[in-house]
Design a protein around this ligand. Structure first.
Ligand SMILES: [Zn+2]
Length: 593
């Protein structure tokens, strides 16, 4: 295998990789935004339906035209943040995007005003393909500020919360940690040392956790300053924008209502016992009286060696999707063939994994740090599910109808993980292999549904603390995290003291304008577990239904997407259906003890 196979080829995103041409293209992105502004500024309020259609189509064409070049710069930087060219391009792209966004900020405001005055435009047949897009716009109007204020907010964010986000990311990706492995001291970046969290060597796992969090704790001032600034900014902005609670903005953005999320979180509170029961079974499988935190997602000690080369991982991922649907399988294959996945581990690379959709190219790019573990195969399959979503969505929808909220964004990816589970289970030869696979999917479920719920409680508690007038220094944030964590885990796990610093490394807490991003993971995981039951019941006739759901992009609400499959997501009963699927897995595991 050549190493190149694991390194993505970003050149498809641009006509030329020549630096000067890229910078020119970024400049023309700003110029064209200004042209749109010259044409439409102060004129939107007098547009009729045809005029609005023309504007939206022009905006969509603009998005597609410059999507590639900005992606090129951002992706290059996330793959190698220490590279000077990447840094320079990323900065140029950020500046250009900011200027373009400023130039176009008037559209939302003027369109909002027009829709408020003339709401019947939403149902005008001329605008049929933008119906739901306009409906959502209308809903956001009461939360918008004046045009000057909106432009100021963009500038403020770039050097405010945007800069805090970058600092957290850069700081984390340039930390190194010294750890002794087999008698040899290694100095490793964050993205690499966390590979040891999955080591079969319990002592190594424990030391890796201890070393990482001891190291991160030293910089508590950096993390606490960043998280505090991001939260306080959000609280103030929420009030200015007349959102009822700090969570409301996220509900509007994700297109869900409070009742649905309350039902979801009630179901979590009722089922913490299910998770704790699984953790008890896992302790048995690990021959431990009780799990420590570094065992929660660790591989089972008697698990057969399940390591994967890049090519073996590819075979499993492609196979899993291919068995579900040939068209989807071929797209997944194409992601590898075109080298749209970056799997190499390197210093300066963003931690974690993500999939960036590329609508203009009707495809996507994936970044991950591939260490050859079964979990990496799951991560890859997960991100490929996002890519499938982009393949379907970009073929069926315009960019305006592909602004997918996080609740729906995770459906393709998690469904893919279940397909992989099924494939691996069917190939498993021994009881131990079966246990290892079930533990992988249940670990994932436990993290996405229960551990993430701890983060929902944690995030809420930070805003409550700020409102009470508390100052969020490192120790205070750590105390809030531990309290939220204990609500989920009870006394089912022993924690190292340094784990109170777990919140420091989570990039999402620091992402600008991305607050309350957590419950959508819980939502998506349980939603998909329920969908999977349906697939088991309906077999192949379910395939086009899932494809329709993914192809809908953001042209329908999650509630509508659910009801098209016969579900009422505002009802707690629906969420219990997802829990039942999880309970089935736990039962199978118990039988396989
Ligand atoms: Zn995902």
């Amino acid at each position: 295998m050549t190493k190149d196979e694991m390194i993505w080829d970003l050149s498809h995103l641009v006509e030329s990789t020549n630096l000067i041409l890229i910078q020119k293209k970024l400049e023309s992105m700003v110029v064209e935004a200004e042209k749109i502004r010259d044409r439409y500024h102060d004129k939107i309020e007098s547009l009729d339906a045809k005029g609005v259609l023309e504007l939206l189509e022009r905006k969509d064409a603009y998005t597609l035209k410059f999507e590639g070049v900005t992606k090129y710069c951002h992706l290059m930087y996330s793959a190698n943040s220490t590279d000077d060219t990447a840094k320079q391009l990323n900065d140029a792209a950020r500046r250009a995007s900011m200027r373009a966004a400023q130039a176009l900020a008037f559209i939302d405001i003027e369109l909002g005003k027009l829709l408020t005055e003339n709401p019947s435009l939403v149902t005008n047949p001329v605008l049929a393909q933008y119906k739901y897009f306009l409906e959502r716009k209308l809903r956001r109007v009461p939360h918008m500020l004046s045009e000057t204020e909106e432009r100021l907010a963009i500038i403020k964010d770039k050097n405010g919360i945007g800069a805090w986000q970058m600092l957290q990311n850069d700081w984390l990706s340039t930390r190194t940690f010294d750890i002794e492995v087999k008698g040899e001291t290694k100095t490793l970046p964050y993205g690499e040392i966390i590979g040891f969290y999955q080591s079969p060597d319990r002592d190594l796992r424990k030391r890796a956790n201890q070393i990482v969090y001891e190291g991160l704790a030293k910089d508590e001032i950096v993390w606490a300053s960043a998280i505090r600034a991001v939260c306080e900014d959000h609280l103030q902005m929420s009030k200015l924008r007349k959102y009822t609670t700090p969570m409301t903005q996220s509900l509007v953005a994700n297109d869900v209502d409070q009742q649905t999320i309350d039902s979801l979180m009630n179901s979590i509170n009722k089922n913490v016992g299910l998770y704790q029961r699984y953790l008890g079974l896992k302790a048995k499988l690990m021959n431990l009286p009780k799990l420590a935190n570094y065992d929660v997602v660790a591989p089972l000690p008697n698990a057969p060696r399940m390591e994967y080369t890049w090519r073996e991982a590819r075979k499993e991922a492609v196979g899993a999707y291919m068995e579900f649907d040939r068209e989807i399988g071929r797209w997944v294959e194409e992601m590898f063939e075109k080298r749209h996945i970056d799997g190499e581990v390197r210093k300066g690379k963003s931690s974690g994994a993500f999939c960036a959709s590329w609508l203009a190219g009707k495809g996507a790019y994936i970044l991950q740090s591939f260490n050859g573990k079964m979990r990496d195969v799951y991560t890859q399959t997960h991100e490929l599910g996002h890519a499938v979503h982009a393949y379907l969505g970009s073929r069926a929808q315009k960019p305006s109808n592909y602004e997918i909220g996080s609740c729906i964004a995770e459906i393709g990816s998690i469904f893919g993980e279940l397909l992989l589970t099924e494939r691996l289970l069917s190939k498993a030869k021994t009881k131990e292999e079966k246990q290892a696979i079930l533990a992988t999917i249940l670990d994932e479920f436990g993290m996405a549904v229960f551990q993430v719920s701890a983060r929902v409680f944690f995030e809420q508690s930070m805003y409550d603390a700020i409102e009470r007038g508390e100052f969020l220094d490192g120790e205070t944030v750590a105390r809030l995290w531990v309290a939220a964590r204990n609500k989920i885990y009870g006394d089912s796990v022993d924690w190292l003291d340094v784990m109170k610093w777990e919140w420091t490394m989570k990039p999402h807490y620091y992402m600008a304008n991305y607050r309350f991003y957590n419950y959508p993971y819980v939502f998506a995981q349980l939603f998909v577990f329920a969908l999977y039951q349906l697939y088991k019941e309906q077999g192949k006739s379910f395939v086009p239904k899932l494809k329709r759901l993914l192809a809908a992009g953001s042209s329908k609400s999650p509630r509508e997407l659910g009801s098209a499959l016969g579900f009422d997501i505002t009802n707690e009963k629906f969420w219990e259906k997802g829990m039942k699927q999880a309970r089935d897995f736990v039962d199978i595991l118990e039988e396989a003890l």
